[in-house]
Design a protein around this ligand. Structure first.
Ligand code: ZN
Length: 249
């Protein structure tokens, strides 16, 4: 376990969500399965409610579960010396958490943080590995996702290196909007600082600038994107490149 590890909290049962007994499901990987494959998985799937700020997987540990977000949004965080963290990728309903370490039998390189509360469907990591071997459709859907996740991680690394905070903040907010399918969501400046790998004051200044340009509005953690096209112009080219390649998540 990392020196900066946080306790992994067991998630609560969902409040308003029943695991669908039939397709479709909100998560795109599970939603890509043929009905017979989904029905076979069903006894091993469990819907859970995830709360903002919860750590559901820790760096340096084996994931016990893989999570398929329905409407929750996760952030994969890299830990660096001194306890600083920054986000290497977002995981929404297009994807899943714990995939690389589950398949490779390796300790997770990332902490998995719940960025936005919501529901996810989880499955024991060991069972997932068995199903991955058994189902060609699941295998193809997961491998496509792993490739897109790898691209996202490398794009984020390049973006962090070359682009200024305000452009990067605009990009992350658009990425969150796409995965949550909403212009209105809850996120604190502290969380945004972790996404961007900068101190809170840097985020606050960048957010203030976007607010002055009437692209966003926020109050007590509730954030509104008030001018989506304008925010896209304010974001660095990384967003438009990824948007063109993957379409909306
Ligand atoms: Zn960028």
């Amino acid at each position: 376990m990392s020196a900066y590890a946080q306790p992994v909290k067991p998630p609560l049962p969902p409040k308003n969500y029943m695991l669908p007994t039939h397709l479709p499901v909100a998560n795109k990987i599970l939603g890509a399965l043929p009905r017979s494959d989904y029905q076979r998985l069903l006894p091993h799937l469990e819907a859970v409610e995830l709360s903002e700020g919860d750590v559901i997987g820790e760096s340096g540990e084996m994931p016990r579960y893989v999570y398929f977000p329905a409407d929750a949004l996760l952030s994969l965080l890299s830990l660096v010396d001194g306890g600083e963290v920054f986000s290497v990728a977002l995981v929404g309903r297009e994807g899943m958490s714990g995939v690389a370490s589950a398949l490779g039998g390796q300790l997770s390189p990332y902490r998995t943080l719940v960025l936005s509360s919501g529901t996810a469907i989880r499955m024991k990591a060991k069972l997932f590995v068995k199903e991955f071997r058994a189902s060609e459709v699941l295998r193809n859907a997961v491998l496509r996702y792993v490739l897109s996740l790898t691209v996202q991680i490398s794009e984020n690394a390049a973006c962090n290196r070359f682009h200024v905070i305000e452009q990067r903040l605009a990009r992350w907010l658009l990425m969150m909007r796409d995965r949550l399918s909403s212009d209105h969501f809850h996120v604190t400046h502290e969380m945004l600082g972790q996404l961007l790998g900068v101190r809170r004051v840097g985020v606050t200044n960048a957010a203030l600038e976007l607010k002055h340009r009437t692209l966003i509005d926020y109050s007590r953690g509730a954030l509104d994107i008030t001018d989506g096209p304008g925010l896209q112009l304010a974001a660095c080219a990384c967003y438009r490149m990824a948007d063109g390649r993957h379409g909306r998540a």
